[in-house]
Every structure is written in C-alpha cells, then in structure tokens.
Write a new protein. Structure first.
Length: 225
C-alpha cells in the first residue's frame, strides 16, 4: 500500500456566473452528453470518487462509471468495475437508501465527525466503512487515510464546500472546469467555491494545460503550479 497523499483531481460544471446549480431541488443540467462522457472517462481513471454529503442530499448521484467498455477495462486491469465512493459529513444527515450506498458493488467510505460517526455506524451497518474523524474532517487527514487504503488518485466532484475545502488548502493537483453557455442569476444558487483565502491567486495561479469546446460547453484543464 502507498502512504503518500493521493493525486487530487477536482471536477466542476458551472454556469457563466459560477453557479453549480440553481436554487431549486431539481438538478440543473450544466453539461451535455459528450462532456458527461469525458467525466466518465476521468472517473474510470481514478481509484476513488469523492463528494460532500450535501451533494448526496441534493442530487442523489450513483457515482459509477457508466461505459461498459471502461468498466470492462477496469476489471481486466484487476480493479473493481467502478472506483471507491467517498463522502464527507459533519451532521451525519445521510439517508441509508441513497444511491451512494445502494448502487454498485464497490466500497463506500464515509468520513464523519465523532458524533455523526456513532450514529452512521449504527444506521449503515456493513453497507459502508465509517471513519471517525474527530471534531471535524480535515482534508489532509482524509487523504492520508485514503493513501493508506491504497488509493492513488481521487476525483473530487463537489459540491461547493468540498471544492473550497481542498482548494483553500492547496490540495488540488488538477482542476477540470466545464462552463455552460448560460447564466443562472439567482442569489441563492450554490457557487463553485465559497469565500476563502485561496493560495491560487494572481501570484500563484493554476497553469492552463488544455482547453477545448465540447459542443457549446467550454472545457479547461488546469494543473497546480
């Protein structure tokens, strides 16, 4: 097993005004079929997919590789058909019947505060591994634990709190941004990141590695300086 920090890829789809959803409980589609396939390709290349508990509550994602060819390639390489699923919660408000837990025979890991971990361990049983992370979940401790579990590449898919947590600690090695060709314009809509003292400012920006049009969506890939 490796004990080094896993390589972190943060992935986001957002509107022109930086929103990752609108203010309704119905998921806002910010991408297209070709870009979803690009995301699926990245998913197939990593060892774990991480989202925050708020994303589970809002979107109820399955977090699985969709392509049968990519699943088969992973199995041929001795991996599970889809990466390990990882989530983080402070409150413990996660439904045991969420697709995060019920979809796909892959390992699921929940990092939770001590109070939440006790309840989740009882609620989830053998469905997932619940990690007691103390008073709060710290991203470097989370990554260290994943590294000890043999995870070498992690894809952080959101939401706003997760992206902020990793970016403000300079723990994102690669950033994937898909920009939809419209604006949301709602004050209550969640943003890509929250206000924070980010180290990736004008004096230490990300390095642009790739940009291309995917239909009407603009995709950009950045690397850590």
């Amino acid at each position: 097993m490796t004990t080094s920090r896993p390589y972190v890829i943060a992935s986001v789809a957002m509107s022109l005004d930086g929103r990752i959803d609108d203010d309704s409980w119905e998921r806002l589609i910010l991408s297209n079929a070709d870009d979803f396939d690009r995301v699926d390709e990245v998913r197939a290349s990593v060892d774990a997919i991480l989202v925050g508990a708020e994303t589970l509550r809002r979107d109820d994602p399955r977090l699985l590789v969709r392509s049968e060819q990519r699943r088969a390639a992973r199995l041929a390489a001795g991996k599970t058909f889809s990466p390990v699923k990882v989530t983080v919660t402070r409150s413990g408000r996660i439904a045991p019947d969420a697709q995060f837990f019920t979809a796909g025979d892959v390992d699921k890991i929940v990092y939770a505060s001590t109070e939440a971990a006790k309840r989740l361990t009882a609620d989830l049983g053998a469905t997932a591994t619940v990690v007691d992370s103390g008073l709060t979940v710290l991203p470097w401790n989370l990554l260290a634990d994943l590294g000890e579990r043999g995870i070498e590449r992690v894809m952080v898919e959101g939401g706003s709190w997760m992206h902020t947590m990793f970016l403000k600690r300079d723990l994102v090695d690669e950033l994937h941004v898909a920009v939809a060709p419209f604006l949301v314009g709602q004050a209550g809509a969640p943003r890509f990141v929250q206000d924070a003292p980010f180290p990736q400012g004008p004096d230490r920006p990300f390095r642009l590695a790739e940009t291309r049009a995917i239909g009407e969506v603009v995709f950009a890939r950045y690397l850590r300086s």
